[in-house]
Write a protein that binds this ligand. Structure first.
Ligand SMILES: *Cc1c(COP(=O)(O)O)cnc(C)c1O
Length: 249
């Protein structure tokens, strides 16, 4: 696959990234500047590796998110090794080995059960990663059956399981995909509120701190930041629209 990109495409991607960063700054400033700077993950699924390289070279961007294991594996091999990859797709047990073997994988955001955590833990041991692999627990905060992730109630037990039984994983945060048409309550998105509540319960009960909140996408990242997101995942606003969803991998 060619990594060549046109100057025009690079400029377009850089402008889009700058636009998102400006909107992030606006929110973070209204929070008194006290808010720690949230991380922007550029979601590059279905987009060519050349788009990622353009963001890397012309905008200095380093955090990218991918949904499909094979696509992530291929891109990680041909792109610079200091990219920090986020796996944000549905994680199949039989793909844990491949994911764990990607050296510059920054985090797996979509651990959705204790069993999956154990499978990933074993895969990380086999891959002999020098450090524990960061993971986020994916929580289904809306209760919609079509959504993946564990229930908020389960997240405490899975967090406990990771801390006690998965030495090759580092429990680093919680992740949710907000409902596309949320009914706001006092201006707040109930999914984001629920993820915050999960974090409080887990941190208080297990006596840990510093868990991240991965929430917010193109349509809702500003509200997510207002509600405490530390990691937003933005795709189409940076790279343009994607082909319609097809169940591929
Ligand atoms: C595709 C995807 C995104 C990015 O969505 P946009 O609406 O294009 O910003 C974020 N998070 C997850 C889990 C995704 O699958």
């Amino acid at each position: 696959m060619s990594l060549a990109y046109t100057a025009l495409r690079a400029q377009e991607i850089k402008e889009n990234l700058d636009g998102v960063k400006a909107r992030m700054d606006e929110v973070l400033q209204t929070q008194g500047g006290a808010a720690s700077k949230a991380r922007l993950v550029a979601v590059s699924k279905y987009k060519p590796a050349s788009d990622i390289l353009a963001a890397y070279e012309t905008a200095g961007h380093r955090h990218f998110g991918e949904n499909y294991v094979q696509e992530l594996e291929e891109k990680s091999k041909e792109l610079p090794s200091d990219i920090q990859w986020h796996f944000i797709g549905s994680l199949q047990s039989n793909k844990c080995k491949t994911v764990a073997a990607i050296p510059n994988l920054f985090v797996v955001e979509t651990v959705d059960s204790a069993k999956k955590a154990s499978t990933l833990d074993k895969a990380c041991a086999a891959a002999a990663r020098p450090e524990p692999l960061r993971i986020f627990l994916q929580v289904n905060t809306s209760g919609e059956e079509s959504k993946s992730g564990m229930s908020p109630g389960e997240s405490l037990e899975v967090a406990r399981h990771v801390l006690s039984n998965c030495p090759h994983l580092k429990l680093a945060g919680l992740m949710t995909i907000g409902s596309p048409n949320p009914d706001l309550e006092n201006g707040e998105n109930p999914d984001f509120k629920a993820l915050n509540q999960c974090r409080t319960t887990i941190q208080d009960t297990l006596q840990i701190e510093g868990l991240e909140l991965s929430m917010g996408m193109s349509d809702d990242f500003q509200r997510a930041l207002q509600q405490g997101s530390t990691n937003i995942r933005v795709g189409s606003t940076i790279f343009g629209s994607r082909p319609p969803f097809t169940k591929s991998s």
